[in-house]
Design a protein around this ligand. Sequence first.
Ligand SMILES: [Zn+2]
Length: 462
Amino acid sequence: MSDIRIIQGNQIGGCVTVISTCAEGVVHRIMIDYGSSLPGSDTTEDFEYPWADEPVDAVFFTHYHGDHVGRLMDIPNDVPLYMGETARQVMINIQEALAKLQDDEGEKHKRVLEVLRDDDRVHTFHFNDKYYDHVTGIPGFKIEPYSVDHSAYDAYMFLIEADDPKYENGKKVILHTGDFRGHGRRGKAMLPVIQYYIHKNGRKVNALIIEGTMMSRMEEEVKTETRMMYEAADYLRDHKYAFLICSSTNLDSLASFYQAAQMAASPFRRYLYTYNDYYRIQLKTFSDTAGGFSDVYQFENVYRLQLDKELQSGKWKKPMTQKALMERTGFLAIIKPEDWCEKYLDPFIEDYKSGKSEMDQMPVIIYSMWEGYIREYSKDENGNKVENKAKNRAWIDFLKRQEGKGVELKHIHTSGHASPQMLADVIKAVAPTDEIYPMHTEKPERFKELDIGEYASKIVEI
Ligand SMILES: [Zn+2]
């Protein structure tokens, strides 16, 4: 007998899946993701998994977002961890930066680093030029990782075969999608992967566990990553001095803005500046990994913001500060919407206003993260205005203050999650014979409204 248990599935983030089976009379379990609830969710305290009473053989991570890996350190240290190789490096980069913090915080992150670097405990998925090797060492299970497109790079869905005499060939076949989308650069591969790998040799999927973030964000526009890139290029053609707010781990959107800046500056190059070295390291990791698959993911000419730094070049008569060079050539500069980043904006605003520099236009800020962080209010079920619980007060204040100085704030963003149409397409392509478990969603009941015909009757209440 096998069993599927979804914990905190009816919220966005912090959901955990436990699949159990019996092999030679012994219960074995695997867990998929162990993250923290996202700010703004109703959960203030995450549940405690009963590690001692219901031990798990291994934890598999779909991707590196906090709502999936955030509680890594609560996992007992004898439990093996499985994740993508690049995902592991991205997490190491984050923890290395945080470990530099003084006091207890830094110490905490040093311990996380130790775990992530532990080759005996952390197993990464191995790509053999065609697909990822199957994980077979856990009694009662076979796990097949498949790459999916999400706002986290190196994200996976898992096809799991769990021993269960009730099913054909004695295996229950389960597909866990993790977070995914169809509108990213690699998103269109998902349906063919389902067709050729998931259904290989006529294999049927018995249970589908699928994310449904966008079921409660139906009003959010889902544009393709490529369309967003062209939108950004159009905007950057008119705005030579642009600051950007974008997650350091959202490779696809970073690539979109980087490429957009190059299109806007063509035939010249536009340099990318970052507020710290951590961000540059993350981009280098992406250039070294994803960049090997496609030039779109290659980031060149990335510099740390140091406005007063004196630069030399054989082409110049005398040295120039970084700020003067940025004013001459234009720039795309990544900042955080936090007070300490004002020191990067103000000198440009002052130079433009004083008319003493080469600047002929004001700098602008592009915001490319989820709107929910900077919206004061949202609408409830009945369309009433309610305070938005996910908002970040400091960010809202920062952005308002910049707008007060005359800086234009431009929203250019696309979601990391599947549109309702894509969810329906995936359900129909997977064609689960028995059950559909919606998860990572505040509105699991809306899955019934998707255009999925007979499959609507297979939706399990979570
Ligand atoms: Zn998530």
